[in-house]
Design a protein around this ligand. Structure first.
Ligand code: HEM
Ligand code: HEM
Ligand SMILES: Nc1nc2c(c(=O)[nH]1)N[C@H]1C(S)=C(S)[C@@H](COP(=O)(O)O)O[C@H]1N2
Ligand SMILES: [Mo]
Length: 350
């Protein structure tokens, strides 16, 4: 390979770098779906920094292979598809950060970004099946390689930081993102914020004459509470942050889950608490975290609207929005975690 074709880093080093970057982007991207507290902000910093690095490496790579594409070696269509998906993931990622507005059906830009990002994974595997070649240990530890990749990494971090400042300076629609990347939702109090269903959930308004909340499982006794017995005696300010990229902070009023658990007395070996919706949608919290959660009947003093989960919705302050189960009808204590819930959130309501 001539000097000209590898202006900064050797081809094998570029490809190895791309491989590491893609793995890191997928890992931090998926991890971001679970990262809701400031202590996990590094997941987003790493994703953004790696994103900038990936951009630089992909530019070097595509420049290098531009002549190959023209002679169409076998497997080139996979490579071109991969290039298209990579560019699309980069464009939607940076577009989101700079406040670009784009809606594809009921999907916003961030969901489109996640879709492109996830699609990169299988296609890169197909590309690797024919093209897998990484730099030798010798090349990777060469002074030149170490200095230049180190420089690229630092450059990536600096560029990522500068980009966030530039965003604020230009006062784009992306400027007031939280560390999760979410922007403030339209609407400023009570029920006035977006109604979001993860996939297919769309129950009819709950008939409160037949609805009851049941609390039980691995407990001394169980409890059944009718809608007219719900006494909102607990309040919490908490921020709902949807992975589709919006957030809303509100005062929520309702039942303390800790009080409910005290009433049913969980057994010694109880470790998890599952909140289940009338639709089958459900999520589980470790019992200590569940104690601090709230089952809300009201938001900012207004009775919850149907769309927001009336008569009861989970408020889980340290969790992403999709875990705030709406239309809750059961609270169940158990010893082990129910893994089917991660499938249920996709198929409930179908
Ligand atoms: C995820 C981003 C990637 C994109 C967009 C990409 C794109 C391309 C394109 C367009 C070509 C030229 C057409 C062809 O030969 O089929 C190519 C070739 C190649 N790619 Fe990739 N690729 C990526 C990742 C990787 C990775 C992770 C590796 C290996 C670790 C790799 C190794 C190669 C090799 C060995 C070739 C043959 C050409 C050469 O040796 O210079 N690629 N790639
Ligand atoms: C190869 C795949 C991917 C690439 C190249 C990529 C690239 C990017 C880039 C360049 C940004 C802008 C970051 C910044 O400059 O601050 C970004 C943001 C983001 N990405 Fe990805 N990404 C990929 C996969 C994913 C996946 C799989 C997910 C989730 C499952 C994801 C979730 C996010 C989120 C939530 C943001 C917004 C963060 C913020 O606003 O600061 N990404 N991505
Ligand atoms: N039963 C049920 N609960 C659910 C959902 C759902 O689809 N079904 N969507 C979740 C998602 S993705 C989010 S972001 C929040 C949105 O709450 P909101 O519609 O009150 O804004 O509810 C969560 N709770
Ligand atoms: Mo969400």
């Amino acid at each position: 390979m001539s000097r000209l074709d590898s202006p900064i880093l050797e081809p094998r080093v570029v490809d190895t770098g791309i491989l590491v970057a893609v793995v890191a982007l997928l890992a931090t991207g998926v991890a971001s779906m679970f990262a809701a507290t400031p202590a996990t902000a590094w997941v987003y910093v790493l994703h953004g920094t790696t994103g900038v690095l990936f951009l630089a490496l992909v530019v070097l790579k595509l420049w290098r292979v531009r002549h190959r594409v023209r002679v169409r070696p076998s497997g080139v269509w996979t490579s071109l598809l991969l290039a298209a998906l990579s560019v699309a993931a980069l464009a939607t990622g940076f577009g989101w950060v700079f406040g670009l507005e784009l809606d594809v059906g009921f999907w916003g830009l961030l969901n489109v970004h996640i879709a492109f990002g996830l699609l990169v994974a299988p296609v890169v595997l197909f590309h690797l099946r024919r093209r897998f070649a990484v730099a030798s240990r010798e090349t990777l530890t060469q002074r030149r390689t170490v200095l230049r990749s180190g420089g690229l990494l630092v450059g990536g971090a600096v560029a990522w930081r500068a980009q966030q400042s530039l965003n604020r300076l230009l006062d784009t629609a992306g400027a007031d993102r939280r560390f999760t990347g979410s922007r403030p939702a339209e609407g400023d109090s009570g029920n006035d914020f977006p109604v979001t269903m993860w996939m297919a959930d769309d129950p009819d308004p709950i008939d409160t004459d037949s609805w009851t909340l049941s609390v039980g499982g691995l407990t001394e006794r169980s409890l059944s509470v009718g809608a007219d017995e719900l006494d909102p005696d607990s309040e919490q300010r908490a921020l709902l942050d949807c992975t589709s990229g919006w957030y809303a902070e509100r005062d929520w009023q309702g039942l303390s889950v800790g009080d409910l658990l005290d009433a049913v007395e969980p057994h010694e070996d109880a470790a998890w608490v599952q909140f289940r919706s009338v639709t089958g949608y459900r999520w589980t919290l470790p019992i200590d975290e569940a104690r601090d959660a709230l089952l809300a009947t009201h938001v900012d003093g207004q009775r919850l609207s149907h769309g927001h989960g009336y008569p009861l919705r989970l408020v889980a302050p340290d969790r992403r929005g999709y875990q705030w189960v709406k239309w809750v009808e059961s609270v169940e204590v158990s010893r082990s975690r129910d893994l089917s819930e991660s499938i249920a959130i996709f198929v409930s309501g179908l």
